[in-house]
Design a protein around this ligand. Structure first.
Ligand SMILES: [Zn+2]
Length: 241
């Protein structure tokens, strides 16, 4: 699939799954020029067309400036692609199911079921005030903050962001979207299990085994979600090139 159309469709899938609303974004590294990545201009993800998807360089600048406005938080993407050559897609989300886990002092995200093995070893939330000072608006709005978030991510699949949301990565759009959707599912299940009391989470060993068996299957979910998103699509589903 054409990379720009894939980003447009991923935006709509993530919108249809409640991972992105009017805010948040998804990108993918350019398969031809890996020092660039594709991301939409600033707009609601559910409305993105392939033509809205623009090439950005690893400084977060547009490769061909044409007057389009870019996302303030594009540095999340540029700095993670800079730091991790094996990352080919990124989702940044403010999903309401996840945000409580970014502010709770009592718990963090832990893998609760076999589909969510990739959530082992989720670290403490990224504390932006440590880097941006006490008056921060919580946004990763420059390269320095993007670098700090990328470093915080380390080799984990997701970085929680205190009072804000989370960022997840993948070797493909399908994997990054899968991780974003199932981070949200995990948080909903975890909250239900905490309400029942004393949940037993997957052990690290179980989570690693689950990730290994689930990972090759992410394309199955992606294919379904694309069809589902088409059915509920807002106008102008991105056309074939
Ligand atoms: Zn954000």
């Amino acid at each position: 699939m054409d990379a720009r159309r894939e980003v447009a469709i991923a935006s709509r899938v993530l919108h249809s799954k409640g991972i992105l609303d009017g805010f948040g974004h998804v990108s993918r590294r350019c398969p031809v020029r890996p020092d660039t990545f594709w991301m939409s201009q600033i707009m609601a993800p559910g409305l993105v067309q392939a033509d809205d998807v623009l090439a950005h360089d690893l400084n977060g600048d547009l490769v061909l400036a044409g007057g389009q406005k870019t996302f303030v938080e594009r540095f999340i993407h540029s700095e993670i692609y800079s730091a991790y050559p094996n990352v080919h897609a990124i989702v940044h989300s403010h999903a309401p199911s996840v945000v409580p886990f970014t502010v709770s002092r009592a718990t963090t995200v832990r893998p609760i079921c076999h589909i969510c093995g990739f959530l082992r070893n989720v670290g403490a939330p990224f504390e932006i005030a440590d880097h941006a000072g006490p008056g921060t608006d919580m946004l990763v709005r420059d390269q320095r903050l993007g670098k700090a978030l990328a470093q915080h991510l380390g080799d984990g699949a997701i970085a929680l962001m205190r009072g804000h949301g989370f960022t997840t990565t993948g070797a493909s759009i399908a994997q990054a979207v899968f991780r974003a959707v199932y981070t949200s599912v995990n948080c909903q299940l975890q909250q239900a299990a905490i309400a029942l009391g004393d949940p037993r989470y997957l052990s690290d060993e179980e989570a690693a085994a689950c990730e290994q068996s689930t990972d090759p299957q992410v394309g199955r979910a992606w294919e379904l979600w694309v069809e589902e998103a088409k059915m509920v699509a807002l106008p102008n589903w991105p056309a074939e090139a």
